[in-house]
Design a protein around this ligand. Structure first.
Ligand SMILES: [Zn+2]
Length: 297
């Protein structure tokens, strides 16, 4: 199908696209952008860059307004599991940086900020949703309701974390560049994002759980590396992150793949159990400034 897109690729700047998929029949609203939304496969038109292969949505304007007005009580219900996940990511980061000033971008209600402070970082966060930012504030966590580009553009952070954020933003390359400016010379950043070329993404096709309205950019290992390079960053570590969920959280989502007559509930005592899972369909990259010194350990 010929492309119908007039904007350049958000990573490589190429104007050549193929329309990849469209399935959204109604306009999205703020609930579609909730972190815990599970309307998988319900996406706006996606275009695949003919040069670098980056898959992106150009049809949603002002995505940020959805995040600013976001209210997501279900997110707080999974605080325990998200804390375990934050600790695992910080352990990975700890192989490169164990202390100093850390900024979590898209900090939500401050879960990673809280875990990082317990590990000894001077951790802060930025978060567009007022509702989530207030949850952090109530816990006494230093999360501000601003965007990364509105913070001081000085190299003052020893570590920056972007956990499942770059797939949500209209200008992921711009965000990586802003991040690079704010990293100290030997600072490190940790990035996670779904991998559109993973085995599960290919197997599940349009029903892959990461095909969601809120995800407007789909990376794979090569487009992530290209974006990092263009932002003046180099990847010093790559792996697949572990995630932690309750049985109930997983169950509700897995059941989306079954016809309604086959859906059933797990027994009540099991629902709150936490499981660690690695579906190998997300990317984790630790990056440094290209010009920076080697990682301090
Ligand atoms: Zn491209």
């Amino acid at each position: 199908m010929p492309e119908e897109n007039s904007q350049p690729c958000r990573i490589c700047g190429s104007p050549t696209f193929r329309k990849w998929r469209s399935s959204l029949s109604q306009p999205p609203n703020s609930a579609s952008f909730a972190i815990t939304d599970f309307n998988y496969g319900r996406i706006s038109a996606l275009y695949q860059c003919g040069t670098c292969g980056f898959r992106q949505c150009h049809d949603l304007s002002d995505v940020l307004s959805f995040y600013r007005s976001q209210v997501d009580p279900a997110y707080e219900d999974s605080r325990k599991q998200r804390t375990l996940q934050a600790q695992a990511l910080l352990n990975r980061l700890g192989q490169f940086k164990r202390k100093g000033r850390l900024l979590d971008v898209g900090a939500g209600s401050g879960i990673l900020v809280e875990a990082a402070r317990k590990k000894g970082f001077q951790a802060h966060g930025v978060e567009p949703s007022r509702w989530l930012q207030r949850r952090a504030e109530k816990r006494g966590l230093p999360v501000r309701a601003v965007l990364l580009e509105h913070t001081k553009s000085e190299p003052e952070w020893d570590a920056i974390t972007l956990v499942d954020v770059i797939e949500h933003v209209e200008n992921p390359l711009g965000m990586l560049k802003e991040m690079e400016k704010r990293l100290t010379g030997d600072g490190v950043a940790l990035i996670t994002t779904p991998d559109v070329k993973s085995f599960l993404a290919r197997l599940l096709g349009r029903k892959w759980w990461h095909y969601r309205v809120a995800h407007i950019g789909y990376f794979d290992a090569s487009t992530l590396e290209l974006a990092c390079q263009k932002a003046g960053l180099r990847i010093v570590h790559q792996s697949r992150p572990d995630w932690y969920f309750t049985i109930e959280y997983l169950w509700v989502r897995i059941m989306q793949y079954f016809p309604s007559w086959l859906r059933f509930q797990p027994c009540r005592p099991m629902r709150r159990w936490t499981v660690k899972i690695n579906l190998r369909d997300s990317l984790l990259a630790v990056v440094q400034k290209k010009e920076g010194a080697s990682a301090s350990r």
